[in-house]
Design a binder for this molecule. Structure first.
Ligand SMILES: NC(=O)c1ccc[n+]([C@@H]2O[C@H](COP(=O)([O-])OP(=O)(O)OC[C@H]3O[C@@H](n4cnc5c(N)ncnc54)[C@H](OP(=O)(O)O)[C@@H]3O)[C@@H](O)[C@H]2O)c1
Length: 346
C-alpha cells in the first residue's frame, strides 16, 4: 500500500481558558516511508485525555510530559492503528498496535523507541475479544491508572469507605467499580443528573451526587455520614478540601489529577484545611499511571476477566473524525462526555 499524504492536527495557538476549535489546524503533510526498524501505521482510534489540556501551554508543569510546541504534530498521544507496512522485526502488516503518535491519520513509528514513559512505546495488541479501542481506555492507560492508584497508591484496606470524584469518567468509573467489586462502600461524584443516574444504576455505587447541586463538603457529608477512608482525587480544588474534611484518622488520598484547574491561567489557592492532615494522620500521595507499568499485564488480565464476565462495564463517548479531536477535548473538559472519550479516525 502506498501512502503519500496524511492529515495531522497541529496546535496553532495556546488556548486561553477553554479549548477552542480554532486553537488548532488540520494540516496535510507527506507521510515518509518507514526506514529500517520502523512501521507505517494507519491510525484508527485516538485518545482524548485531560492531561492533553495541561500540555496546551507554552510551559507545562515541571516533571510532566512536555508541552506541545506550536505548528508541529502533537507527539505523545495514545493511539490505536493497523500496521500497513513494516520494516521492524516482530511487526507485520495487519497487526493492531498502540503507539503515541496520535491526532494524525498515519504515523511512522520506530519500534522500541520509548514514548510516554514506556506506556506509549509501540506494542502489538492481542485484541482477544475486545474492540481495539478498549486498549486506549479500560485495558490501557486509564485501566492502569485506576488499578495502580486504587490498589497500590491509596493503600486500600478491608472495610475502607471510598470516595471517587469524576466517577462517571474514564479513570473514575473503573476505580469506583474495582472498589465496589472488592466489597467497599463507594461514593461517586460527577457533574450532571444523568451521570448520577449512571453511577447509581449502572456502576451500582452506594451513593452519588452532582457537585453542582451544593457545596461539595455538605453533599459528601450526606453521602458518607460516617466519613471516608480513601479519596481518589481526579478533580482537586473544592473536592480535595472536602475530602480532607471528611477523611477519618489514617485516611489516604491518591491524587490522580486536578482537572478543576486545567483551564485556569492561575490556579486557585490550595485547600484551607491542610492542618487536618496533621490532626488526623492523613496521607496524600500523587502518582502517575505510567510509574506503575509493572502492573500493566496484571491489570489487563484482571480487568479483562471482569469485562468478559460482565462484572465490570465501560462506556465510551465516540467522536467521529480526526478533525473533531479538538472539539472532543473541549467537550470532555466541559463534562459533556461519559466514560472514555475517543476519536474514531477511520
Ligand atoms: N495520574 C495519571 O497518570 C493520570 C492518568 C490519566 C488521567 N489522569 C487524571 O484523571 C482525571 C480523570 O481523567 P479521565 O481521563 O478519566 O477523564 P474523564 O473523567 O473521562 O473526563 C474528565 C471529566 O472531568 C470532569 N470535570 C471537568 N471539569 C471539572 C471541574 N471543574 N470539576 C469537577 N469535575 C470536572 C468532567 O465530568 P463532570 O461531568 O463530572 O464534570 C469530565 O468529563 C483527570 O484529572 C486526569 O488528569 C491522571
Amino acid at each position: 500500500m502506498s501512502v503519500t499524504h496524511g492529515r495531522e492536527i497541529h496546535l496553532v495557538r495556546y488556548p486561553q481558558g477553554e479549548v477552542r476549535r480554532d486553537d488548532f489546524a488540520v494540516v496535510e503533510r507527506p507521510v515518509p516511508s518507514p526506514e529500517a526498524g520502523q512501521v507505517l501505521v494507519r491510525n484508527t482510534w485516538t485518545s482524548v485525555d485531560p492531561g492533553l489540556r495541561v500540555r496546551l501551554r507554552e510551559k507545562g508543569p515541571e516533571g510532566y510530559f512536555v508541552a506541545f510546541p506550536l505548528d508541529t504534530p502533537m507527539d505523545g498521544i495514545m493511539t490505536i492503528g493497523d500496521v500497513v507496512e513494516s520494516r521492524a522485526d516482530g511487526f507485520d502488516p495487519g497487526d493492531t498496535v498502540w503507539h503515541a503518535y496520535g491526532w494524525r491519520d498515519y504515523a511512522v513509528v520506530t519500534a522500541g523507541e520509548e514514548a510516554l514513559r514506556g506506556l506509549g512505546t509501540l506494542r502489538r495488541l492481542a485484541v482477544d475479544g475486545f474492540p481495539p479501542q478498549a486498549y486506549l481506555g479500560v485495558l490501557g492507560g486509564n485501566g492502569l491508572t485506576a488499578y495502580s492508584g486504587l490498589l497500590r497508591v491509596s493503600g486500600l484496606r478491608e472495610g475502607d469507605e471510598v470516595w471517587v470524584s469524576a466517577a462517571a469518567g474514564a479513570v473514575g468509573s473503573i476505580v469506583a467499580q474495582l472498589a465496589k467489586l472488592r466489597g467497599h462502600r463507594v461514593v461517586g461524584s460527577a457533574g450532571s443528573p444523568a451521570k448520577v443516574a449512571y453511577m447509581l444504576d449502572e456502576l451500582h455505587l452506594d451513593a452519588a451526587f452532582d457537585y453542582h447541586d451544593g457545596p461539595v463538603g455538605e453533599q459528601l457529608q450526606e453521602a458518607a455520614p460516617d466519613g471516608i477512608d480513601v479519596y481518589f482525587d481526579n478533580v482537586g480544588g473544592d473536592h480535595l478540601e472536602a475530602a480532607i474534611g471528611a477523611l477519618r484518622r489514617g485516611g489516604r488520598i491518591a491524587v490522580c489529577g486536578s482537572i478543576s484547574e486545567y483551564d485556569l491561567a492561575e490556579p486557585p489557592p490550595g485547600p484551607s484545611n491542610l492542618f487536618l492532615l496533621v490532626a488526623k494522620d492523613l496521607e496524600i500521595r500523587g502518582f502517575r499511571g505510567s510509574s506503575h507499568l509493572d502492573l500493566l499485564d496484571e491489570m489487563q488480565r484482571e480487568v479483562g476477566a471482569l469485562l468478559r464476565d460482565r462484572k465490570l462495564i465501560w462506556r465510551e463517548t465516540v467522536v467521529e473524525g480526526l478533525d473533531e479531536a479538538p472539539e472532543a477535548l473541549a467537550r470532555m473538559m466541559r463534562g459533556e462526555t461519559t466514560g472514555k472519550t475517543l476519536v474514531r479516525i477511520a
